[in-house]
Design a protein around this ligand. Structure first.
Ligand SMILES: [Zn+2]
Length: 660
């Protein structure tokens, strides 16, 4: 007789092993942290005696679910902002809130809450990516869960690293600290190709190889990501990361929504694992991952919830069901992704996708005792049929709810017994979370009050308060003015030509100022666009009136590089109205009487407003401004424009006057 610590009897055992063995009256013997025997109850009972015997009362005993992709601390950001496009959601809400609030304490709290939720829904292992991953690992180990905890690396400063070099250094220390832990597998997580650089991808892959740890990343999540990749690098996402050596590491690729057959084969050849995240892909309308093709080729595809801010929960029962349903709908074939295969993705295949198939994912002797009990007797899941071996899988995938999980064990230790959490203090955590939610709420409420604070929240903006001496006058022809510029008393320093596309966002409250999205297309001497620059400027309300003929302006401006599309800014700032103005601009920097001026000759194309001359100079004092305003008026006359044709200083005001 063999001795075991624990003997589970009277269970419907779904092993999820290579043969998909199941035992309707089965037993499992556990010793220490591992499974030692699995089989029909009578056989196991004959071979093993145990210190403790657990009567499972006919419940399903199966491997714990594996959540193949998530960001667990984001439980604290659950429900902050929904029904937005990925870029607006990330850059407009998640990143600013994370910059303000993410801290080691925040991350531990969020992780503990996530662990409670994950354990309750029968998850024993999850694959994470976030900041302060050392704290994620600490809280996960405290909760007794198995976690692959990936330290994020991005090309810009993050909550926990001032630069990517700093992040890499911290990641190395973090990996050394946790390598070899019984529950935690440290990993490195270059966030995505679009938030990293070729150098980061190469260095993170090297680090993963050096320590033989997984590398966790987001690949080909959206159509735009692939489009941009093609435009910028002439290839789709998978060949690009392959080129950087990323696939030499043990890659776990989240999403892979927009990849073709060739890319699937490349991933398979590299032994990469994929996490399919149906809720997140549906909610963010990212598209439908070609899951059936991946499985046919033999890729290890697991199922993940993604972060609880884009799902909004960590419920793997829901996720498995969705994976099966979506596969059927997308292939127009109800036989696609049957229940047994969907459940396999959430267990053994998921473990293989995370490169830990040798540790967990099935009830097999030698694997760790990561297992759950599921009650199939509730009203919503009755009656039970046992005619086919598929009946039990169908009950789990199509009718069970995460609340049907009664008991959870990880690494031979109980984390939940009879629905009571043993390692997570639920009430305490909920009170802390409510407190943080209040703080985040008031932070966002305050920010939403002004266009300026929303602009600052995007990062990269800087204030510039200046006085400008400016005159704008309507002209009929440009050639005589260009001729006049050749005068001896005017020195031309340089000349430029560009097309200027302006988009003015206007808001309900005029004191908010106007936001201008400006794209300058530089035109070279051959008439081709040689360079494009986009800027965002918040034009404050004018603070000082005219000196004479509307010459002196003073206002504050906030400038920021416009790294996103006009669509992004429209969805983020929600302007009341917008006006588009397109013009062709010839610009000279000239010197007249020892003073520099810009001369712009504009042809306003859309709307068709005609031709204008603009003379301007920047100044820092009122006295200097008075002096320059005299010169501006002189120049206007010299160049042949007339005082009578002076118009408002801003095109948008000219448009408005025309509308009247
Ligand atoms: Zn994700």
């Amino acid at each position: 007789m063999n001795q075991a610590d624990l003997l589970f009897i009277n269970a419907h055992v779904l092993t999820m092993d290579n043969q998909m063995n199941q035992y309707t009256r089965g037993a499992v013997a556990v010793s220490g942290d591992s499974i030692v025997a699995v089989g029909p109850e009578d056989e196991i009972k004959k071979a093993y005696s145990a210190t403790t015997t657990i009567d499972c009362k006919g419940k399903v005993l199966m491997p714990g679910m594996i959540n193949a992709h998530t960001h667990v601390p984001m439980t604290l950001l659950r429900g902050i902002a929904d029904d937005l496009r990925l870029d607006v959601w990330l850059q407009g809400y998640m990143w600013p809130v994370e910059r303000e609030f993410a801290s080691p304490e925040f991350v531990r709290l969020g992780t503990s809450i996530a662990c409670g939720e994950l354990i309750r829904s029968g998850v024993t292992t999850f694959n994470d990516m976030y900041f302060y991953e050392d704290d994620v690992a600490t809280a996960t180990a405290e909760a007794g869960m198995r976690g692959i905890c990936g330290q994020s690396i991005l090309k810009f400063p993050t909550a926990d690293a001032a630069s990517y070099e700093d992040a890499m250094e911290k990641a190395r220390d973090y990996i050394k600290k946790w390598k070899g832990h019984p529950l935690i597998i440290p990993s490195i997580a270059p966030h995505a190709p679009y938030t990293t650089t070729p150098q980061i991808l190469r260095e993170t892959a090297d680090l993963a190889k050096e320590f033989d740890i997984p590398l966790h990343t987001h690949l080909a999540e959206t159509f735009f990501e692939v489009e941009n990749m093609r435009n910028e690098n002439g290839m789709p996402v998978i060949p690009y990361v392959k080129k950087q050596g990323l696939l030499e590491a043990k890659v776990i690729a989240a999403h892979c929504v927009h990849i073709d057959m060739g890319e699937i084969r490349t991933l398979h050849h590299a032994g990469a694992g994929v996490s399919h995240n149906p809720s997140s892909n549906l909610k963010l309308a990212s598209g439908f991952a070609p899951v059936m093709k991946m499985l046919e080729v033999g890729l290890n595809v697991g199922i993940g919830t993604d972060g609880p801010a884009s799902n909004n929960d960590l419920d793997m029962f829901e996720e498995v069901r969705l994976a099966a349903f979506v596969a059927k709908a997308v292939t127009n074939d109800p036989t696609s992704l049957p229940a047994s295969q969907a459940l396999l993705m959430a267990t053994r295949l998921g473990a293989q996708a995370l490169h830990i198939g040798h540790l967990t994912g099935s009830l097999t002797p030698g694997r760790r005792a990561d297992l759950i009990l599921v009650d199939l007797s509730p009203l919503h899941n009755s009656p039970s049929f046992r005619r086919s071996s598929d009946n039990a899988y169908a009950q789990i995938v199509y009718a069970s709810k995460s609340t049907d999980v009664t008991d959870v064990m990880v690494n031979g230790k109980w984390l939940m017994r009879d629905r009571k959490l043993l390692t997570v203090q639920e009430d305490e955590l909920l009170a802390y979370a409510a407190d943080i939610a209040k703080k985040i709420d008031s932070f966002l409420v305050e920010r939403e009050q002004s266009v300026l604070s929303k602009l600052i929240a995007l990062g990269g903006s800087s204030e510039e308060e200046s006085f400008e001496v400016q005159l704008k006058a309507k002209i009929t022809e440009t050639d005589p003015i260009i001729q006049s510029l050749m005068r001896n008393d005017i020195d031309i320093i340089y000349e430029r030509h560009y097309r200027q596309h302006d988009l003015y966002f206007q808001f309900d409250d005029p004191s908010q100022g106007r936001l201008r999205y400006r794209e300058d297309d530089f035109v070279d001497s051959k008439g081709n666009v040689s360079n494009v620059r986009a800027r965002l400027t918040l034009l404050g309300v004018r603070r000082e009136g005219a000196l004479e003929h509307d010459v002196l302006l003073s206002r504050s401006r906030f400038l920021a590089p416009a790294t996103n599309s006009p669509r992004f800014y429209r969805e983020y700032f929600k302007p009341k109205t917008e006006v588009a103005i397109e013009k062709d601009r010839l610009r000279w920097l000239i010197k007249y009487k020892e003073t520099e001026f810009y001369i712009n000759l504009d042809h306003a194309i859309t709307p068709d407003l005609g031709n204008f001359i603009e003379i301007k100079s920047r100044t820092w004092s009122r006295k200097d401004a008075e002096n320059k305003s005299k010169l501006v008026n002189e120049l206007l006359a010299l160049l042949g424009a007339s005082q009578g044709d002076v118009v408002a200083d801003d095109y948008i005001e000219i448009v408005r006057e025309q509308e009247k």
